[in-house]
Design a protein around this ligand. Sequence first.
Ligand code: ADP
Length: 446
Amino acid sequence: MFEKILIANRGEIALRVHRACREMGIKTVAVHSTADADAMDVRLADESVCIGPPSSTESYLNIPSIIAAAEVTNADAIHPGYGFLSENAKFVDIVTAHGIKFIGPSADHIRLMGDKIAAKDTMKKLGVPCVPGSDGEIKTLEEAERIAKDIGYPVIIKASAGGGGRGMKVAETADALSEAFSSARSESKLAFGDDAVYMEKYLSGPRHIEIQILADGKGNVVHLGERDCSLQRRHQKALEESPSPALKDELRQQIGATVAKAIGDMKYEGVGTIEFLFENDEFYFIEMNTRLQVEHPVTEMVTGIDLVQAQINVAAGFPLTLKQEDIVFSGHSIECRITAEDPVTFAASPGPVHEFHVPGGLGVRVDSGLYSGYSVPPYYDSLIAKLIVHGKDREECLMRLGRSLEEFVVSGIKTTLPLHQELLLNEDFRKGDYNIHWLEKFIEDR
Ligand code: ADP
């Protein structure tokens, strides 16, 4: 087992990884920018190293600085968290070349899944259902027109190198195709330095359902069920739950088994998430994330499995001893992402936090690096806390979520806590009747 892990991240996820290490008796190294010197994860870590100024490109994305920090502290592994360098294959190559273990999949698997055309092609060959669309890259408008006619409008043009919802354009009709094709290409070139695009049928009202897998690189894989992440604003998830209110048990077993087999065949190592759109009881693969997800706690709450500890164990070379039949799903869990934003305009609201009081009691978990007197820096993602609740069923979970939101106090900055409270009063939400477009409409209409 590793003796010391460097956590190449910040905020709630750095703290989350620290907690897992602590419980395993592993020492931690926090790296931080000058803006994060007072962060909770930095205070709690065994050692800390300042890796640069506030700007992420000069700190959390600064590979030489992070490697130097690992070398001077003698860390034997690096946990990347999510975002930043977590899906950067070049970083994995460099970490590995320094004799340090990257906690996550191989650089090759990250590269493969980072190229969405290759990822889709791989999944299709492994028997995973995909959205109907082009066979790979579309190079000319003529080709785009031919395929769109074939699969039927509306269609979506997507960047092969895409991420964060960028480089995606919908064409409702043939007239809009030329514009969608050229703007997706130029946006992708600008954002990712690559103009390769592909086409999919645009599904009108799907849900976003993803399957969590855990694999040891030796062919042993389990799936840990699904998360429903349909509640999104600007393609950013706002609230996630497990199980999905829309999924029948038989379909869950089926898709879980299909995905687990595909991941085992790839000899993938670590945790991973296979994202699907789900419409009319059909799954359509859209992408795979080769890292821990923000919303992983809902899976932990319903399975009782610590995903970060599991990641560390497989990275240390221990074979996965869990079998699929050992995974018992219990109850229901919901996570609210609380951001430092105005709940109406969504304008960023960094600054000093005066009071911070978190809810507690049975089935309530808060993952957050905040404390009274802390100041939320303006340079990074606005996520400041995740409220995760668990109940014996969805009904109990909703009641518990309601009373937890009432108890939650963050003063000094604006947060999206009131948005979650409003959401909870909505009939459709309470019934679980929503799709990926629902939240935007709810926000617009209120
Ligand atoms: P990114 O990596 O940029 O987040 P994804 O492929 O994961 O891109 O898609 C992000 C979101 O875009 C999905 O959650 C969904 O809301 C929407 N989307 C993507 N593909 C389609 C499609 N074929 N039909 C309808 N919506 C889609």
